[in-house]
Design a binder for this molecule. Structure first.
Ligand code: 5HU
Length: 132
């Protein structure tokens, strides 16, 4: 199982530690292609934006499922979700904020969940992967 985890980078790194916890939890279910999103000391590599885009798009194509944490708004995450939906990937979004974008929560092809704690989120993830 190849998992594309999506979370904010240039959108803001305040949830980076949480992303790392989510990625660690997801790793029991498969290979997380975007492990770098959880790196606390993430330094943008000396690669161009085109190289980042093309690499991530290839991972998105390769992936079997997309899991996104969308509490910190991110243009890149929104873009990945849209591309993933077009590719008909099973797509799941999680947020702690009261609401997220209507373009995410209103999309019938994205399953969106509001959660309160990391424990709740892990329970949601376990249910998703057990049903696959
Ligand atoms: O350096 C990067 N590496 C990378 O993989 N991304 C991808 C993965 C994330 O899910 C998403 C974050 O987008 P943004 O940077 O707009 O918050 O874009 C984004 C950047 C920087 O935009």
């Amino acid at each position: 199982m190849k998992i594309y985890f999506s979370g904010a980078i240039r959108g803001g790194r305040e949830d980076a530690e949480l992303y790392a916890e989510i990625i660690t939890h997801l790793q029991q279910y498969g290979d997380v292609l975007t492990e770098h999103i959880g790196q606390m000391d993430l330094q943008e590599k000396m690669i161009t934006d085109k190289e980042i885009h093309d690499q991530d798009l290839n991972w998105l194509i390769e992936s079997d499922i997309i899991i996104a944490e969308v509490t910190v708004p991110s243009l890149g995450v929104g873009y990945e979700l849209g591309r993933g939906v077009e590719m008909k990937k099973p797509t799941f979004c999680f947020h702690r904020s009261e609401k997220t974008s209507a373009m995410v929560s209103g999309c019938p092809d994205i399953k969106t969940f509001k959660y309160n704690s990391l424990l709740d989120l892990k329970v949601f993830l376990d249910e998703i992967f057990q049903k696959l």
